[in-house]
Design a protein around this ligand. Sequence first.
Ligand SMILES: C[C@@H]1NC(=O)N[C@@H]1CCCCCC(=O)O
Length: 216
Amino acid sequence: MRPRWLLVVAGTGTEVGKTWAACRVLEQARWRGRCVAVRKPAQSYREGEGLTDAQQLGAASGEAPQRVCPPHRGYPLAMAPPMAADALGRSPLWLDELMSELVWPAGVDLGVVETAGGLYSPITHDADNVRLIERLAPDAVLLVADAGLGTLNAVRSSLPALEGQHVEVFLNRFDAAQELHRRNRDWLLREGIRVTTDVEILAEMAAPGLIPSSPG
Ligand SMILES: C[C@@H]1NC(=O)N[C@@H]1CCCCCC(=O)O
């Protein structure tokens, strides 16, 4: 059963803070009494280096990590998941299989899918995250980018890959005291890009369908 609102959390690259942002969205929606669920179709990680993405996301959504990412889709090697599968001698990943494993419980208000790596990073042997997002046909995409130097290129080169999607850009690690951060935000806004730097309103931005319209 499809969630009422399906949000993809994608990134301009790896380690820009996708998991952190996804956790904040899930927590905010839960605080508002919404039923949430999160999926990471495949993940790779450095073994012994803290919590995996699925563990962090599960803590935020209240789900077991193995429901967030099936254990056979977890690769203890920091590479794109299909590359890690090759390197570990495990079977190849196919988009159709990942899609069929994405199962949602009934009655979910907000379903979040977190991608792995940047938009053009391969997620399976036959697809990158752009294709995964096309197949998911989400209600919105939260594109997470770092707020510092390189932001303009990272955001502007990612957006064409998301043509046709409703995109909200979140500038992570934004520091209003830094002129570069402020100017990056203003530059993107001036180009008509929807940008937020405020983590407190992330869920409202990324999932406006969660806020019930007032009667009358
Ligand atoms: C280690 C990170 N964890 C995860 O699940 N995905 C990241 C992997 C990023 C792969 C980037 C491949 C590339 O674009 O070169």
